[in-house]
Design a protein around this ligand. Structure first.
Ligand code: SF4
Length: 231
């Protein structure tokens, strides 16, 4: 399926994926397939964004890494210090753990996933982004989702759960469950930073549970594999 449409849509114009609708879109809605923004233009424009106060303290706007043609999209909270310095999401310790955990189920974060965050600029002192900052940045995320058009979305942590599905709290209860959303399969999981603080691999531990979740993600990706037309 083509991932990048030819139209260079402006993500700041009203669209079916505006911020408030990120969490309210009907579960049966289909992913956008036409009129999707050009991802390169979108990312270029995003790097100039000053829609919220996070622009003041940032070094770099951290838009994405990975493959825009991937069927898996990973969405985290926001950049930390290393991401702010490098301009790439999930490259610090948490990102390395994410890479390891994806690799444990045979997924390469650069080749098999498109990785981004709810907010693209680093919050001071790594604090959680405010609802206003999440709302300000939501059109960028919505445009990324529309352009990449993933079939499976991994929400890493409570802020991603809130930013995409509009659900506050409940990551422990909701992780590991599929949430149909806009024709996609969405799964919340613990954020890798939380797993770094809870390193036990004992059965039932957050890390063990996340590994189960990622195995389920892998199964879903395998099930949804587009069939190759027979000649
Ligand atoms: S966090 Fe998002 S909305 Fe705020 S300045 Fe950065 S790109 Fe713009």
């Amino acid at each position: 399926m083509p991932k990048n449409g030819a139209m260079a849509g402006n993500p700041l114009q009203p669209s079916p994926l505006q911020p408030s609708l990120l969490g309210e879109a009907p579960a049966t809605a289909e992913p956008a397939t036409a009129g999707t923004p050009d991802l390169a233009a979108l990312e270029r424009d995003c790097r100039e964004c000053r829609r919220c106060g996070l622009a003041e303290g940032r070094q770099r706007v951290v838009v994405s890494r990975g493959d825009p043609a991937a069927r898996l999209m990973v969405i985290g909270e926001g950049p930390g210090a290393q991401e702010d310095a490098s301009g790439r999401p999930f490259v610090g310790r948490a990102g390395q753990l994410l890479d390891q955990m994806l690799a444990s189920v045979g997924l390469d974060s650069e080749r098999d996933a498109y990785v981004c965050n709810v907010v693209k600029c680093r919050p001071p002192d790594n604090r959680r982004p405010t609802p206003q900052e999440i709302a300000a940045c939501a059109p960028w995320l919505a445009a990324q989702i529309a352009a990449v058009n993933p079939s499976v979305v991994l929400l890493a942590g409570a802020t991603a759960l809130e930013g995409v599905l509009g659900i506050k709290g409940g990551i422990s209860r909701l992780r590991g469950r599929w949430h149909p959303w806009q024709g996609r399969s969405v799964m919340p999981v613990f954020h890798p930073s939380y797993l770094l603080r809870n390193p036990s691999r004992e059965q039932g531990s957050p890390k063990w549970l996340t590994w189960q979740d990622l195995q389920e993600v892998r199964r879903r990706l395998d099930q949804d594999q587009p069939s190759t037309p027979s000649l």
